[in-house]
Design a protein around this ligand. Structure first.
Ligand code: ADE
Length: 223
């Protein structure tokens, strides 16, 4: 999979992809991540890519021209399955969206800054809009990092133990059940006997019941 990210602050996106699972996914050739500085697509003085909004009001808006130049250049090089804009005024990211995006070959992620992008960018280029939650970040870069992480770990071969993504929270519409590791008892707190029983069908049953209990209590909206 290839992910092209368009941003005005590429520095913000360097570290999230240089460690752990995402780093190994790139080393294994399972994903390529390319950062594009929007300021490289303007000839204006001071490499300005934003301007005041028509109609007045606080906050700058990213202009259409540099975004058009950047996306059009990328589209000449390859076809894209989706051109995604990360923004708080969009449907909230779900595990099911990450699942389907992980099957794509090439995607572009456009990150907003300040007041966001000129509406015509959204109408002309964007095929999918995603928010990572009902709160506002200072820019779309961290949202793009979250989205990439959620997608990349689902690409076959990225996680060593393939089943571990399948047993994540949300994969079956439920939160994950509780997990324990050694010691079996700590300061009087015991691991549930069933997990030490070696009876794997019963363990699976217990895990499912616990996942349901947890989901009903914490996220009844998912049921
Ligand atoms: N940019 C700023 N806030 C955001 C959010 N919650 N989701 C996606 N992009 C954003």
């Amino acid at each position: 999979m290839r992910i092209d990210i368009i941003t005005v602050v590429p520095e913000l996106l360097q570290s999230p992809f240089q460690h752990s699972i995402i780093k190994r996914a790139q080393e294994k050739g399972l994903v390529e991540i390319h950062l594009h500085n929007l300021r490289d697509y303007t000839d204006t003085k001071y490499r300005q890519v934003d301007d005041y909004q028509f109609g007045g009001g606080a906050g700058m808006v990213l202009q259409i021209e540099p975004i058009d130049k950047c996306i059009s250049k990328l589209q000449l090089e390859r076809d894209y399955d989706d051109i995604i804009y990360v923004t708080p005024d969009a449907p909230v990211l779900k595990q099911s969206t990450a699942n389907s995006l992980s099957l794509h070959k090439n995607i572009i992620i456009l990150t907003g800054h300040y007041k966001g992008v000129d509406q015509r960018v959204r109408e002309l280029f964007i095929t999918k809009e995603i928010s990572i939650g009902d709160y506002v970040l200072s820019g779309g870069e961290l949202a793009a990092a979250v989205l990439c992480d959620a997608i990349i770990r689902l690409i076959p071969g990225v996680l060593g133990d393939e089943t571990s993504a399948l047993t994540d929270s949300f994969q079956d519409g439920l939160l994950a059940p509780p997990v324990y590791t050694r010691p079996a008892e700590y300061k009087g707190l015991k691991v549930p006997d069933i997990l030490l029983s070696g009876n794997f069908p019963k363990i699976e049953e217990w895990r499912h019941e616990e996942a349901e209990k947890r989901t009903k209590k914490i996220r009844p909206d998912l049921i």
